[in-house]
Design a protein around this ligand. Structure first.
Ligand code: UDX
Length: 419
């Protein structure tokens, strides 16, 4: 009976409004819904575009509540990330609180608020309204552990620039393996503030959830556990792509009911022949790095599917393809602005994945058993790459030169390992 009551409970979820954070929380909400919970996601109107790119079947199982944070069409270019987040915390606190009150009046009072750990203010909103506050960490335990040690004043940087640091539960880490916000002093200092801020009130959270799983991070999870007991609820992916239900190699895209041009294009390629290239939803590559990736793909003549995302307004000059590349490679490969990534990774034609190693892409690549060639850009990606190559041995990291660019010869060498 108690279980029955718990299962009809209403759960409110608050993502950080970026696709890489919306996706895992949406998948977790979908899982709750499939267990009989009522799940409502609350988000600012400006993130609607990201929801349109998210998994439609998960969206169908949850309720969405959008609110205006005063910037429905996006923030002005000159507004810093810190100012954006502080606006979101001010307006979001009120909007989420009002929503809890409204749902309570409607007889649908939520029992808890599950919030992205980048939004620690949400815990106060939950507790102020007398419901449980549950923090949801979208990055792996390994990365969380490094930040926690950093905040607690333990050494996380090697003593010498070419030395290594020993962190319990992790392989020896060089400077290039650590989260970029810790190692790089240039850039917006707010990034480190934001990432460290995840842990500022975590002691008061009623539960701590991490998008990872025990068999992947058992040892480092134990390190992270003190003094909380994090629950590893990942991988937060559609259930059809996990474990024995994984459709890789047994289904074509059409059978999954989501045919798109790039999936049809893959249907006509032989098994394991295609290099899939994508750098996630945020990063924009420099013209020089684009030249090198294009050069590696073009001259080696492998079939390729390359996602070249349109850059954001503040990423002028990013993600620019070399002139004439599309025409010159039209028989060989396909360039698209976006694709259904999981369906692509599942496709039998895909032989390897050139990735920035964002945590979602990493989980997607490893659950689908696609070898990864890592070209990390920033944030947690260097650490994720290290785990992929040295711990889980599911791929390799392509080495950048002294100008931080991965050259075509190096990329070609890495791809050859898997094709
Ligand atoms: C950001 C950070 O860069 C990442 O390191 C952090 O862990 C989460 O937030 P992002 O750049 O968005 O991530 O990369 P990633 O975490 O890999 O998430 C991208 C998501 O977009 C994945 O779920 C991927 O499947 C999806 N995607 C990407 C598509 O569906 N289609 C595409 O064409 C490209």
């Amino acid at each position: 009976m108690e279980e029955e009551t718990a299962k009809s409970a209403h759960v409110l979820l608050l993502p950080y409004p970026l696709l890489g954070h919306i996706n895992p929380l949406l998948q977790f909400a979908d899982r709750l819904a499939s267990h009989g919970f009522r799940a409502t996601i609350v988000a600012p109107i400006r993130s609607r575009g990201d929801f349109r790119k998210a998994d439609p079947s998960a969206l169908a199982s949850v309720n969405l509540e959008f609110f205006s944070d005063g910037h429905d069409n996006g923030f002005p270019l000159d507004l810093s990330l810190k100012a954006q987040d502080s606006n979101f915390s001010r307006v979001g606190s009120r909007a989420v609180g009002d929503l809890i009150d409204r749902l309570t009046l409607e007889g649908a009072r939520p029992v808890c608020l599950i919030y992205n750990s980048f939004l620690p203010w949400a815990l106060d909103v939950a507790h102020h309204h007398g419901i449980l506050g549950v923090t949801f960490l979208t990055q792996p335990c390994a990365v969380c552990t490094i930040y926690i040690r950093y905040i607690r004043g333990f050494p996380v940087l090697p003593k010498e620039p070419d030395g290594c640091v020993a962190i319990p539960g992790l392989p020896l880490l060089g400077l290039r393996d650590l989260p970029s916000f810790i190692t790089q002093t240039e850039g917006d200092p707010y990034h480190l503030e934001l990432l460290s801020g995840q842990f500022k009130n975590i002691d008061q959270a009623d539960y701590v959830l991490v998008n990872s799983f025990d068999s992947l991070e058992a040892e480092v999870r134990r390190e992270m556990a003190e003094p909380w007991s994090p629950k590893l609820i990942g991988p937060a992916l559609p259930s059809v792509y996990i474990g024995s239900r994984n459709p890789r190699a047994s289904k074509t895209s059409d059978e999954q009911g989501k045919p798109t041009d790039c999936l049809h294009w893959l249907d006509d390629r032989s098994a394991g022949s295609v290099v899939y290239v994508s750098f996630g939803s945020l990063a924009a590559l420099s013209p020089e790095q684009m030249e090198e990736v294009a050069g590696a793909l073009r001259w080696c003549k492998w079939p390729f599917l390359w996602v070249v995302r349109l850059p954001f307004a503040n990423q002028k000059g990013g993600n620019a393809l070399p002139q004439g590349f599309i025409e010159a490679t039209s028989e060989q490969g396909l360039v698209v602005p976006w694709c259904p990534q999981l369906d692509v990774l599942v496709h039998r034609a895909v032989g390897c994945f050139v990735t920035h190693c964002g945590w979602n892409s990493t989980l997607e690549g490893l659950t689908q058993g696609v070898p990864m060639i890592a070209i990390p850009q920033w944030s947690d990606q260097p650490t994720n790459s290290k785990l992929v190559s040295d711990v889980w041995k599911l791929g390799v990291r392509a080495e950048a030169d002294e100008t931080e660019v991965v050259r075509r010869g190096e990329l070609e060498r890495c791809i050859r390992e898997f094709r």
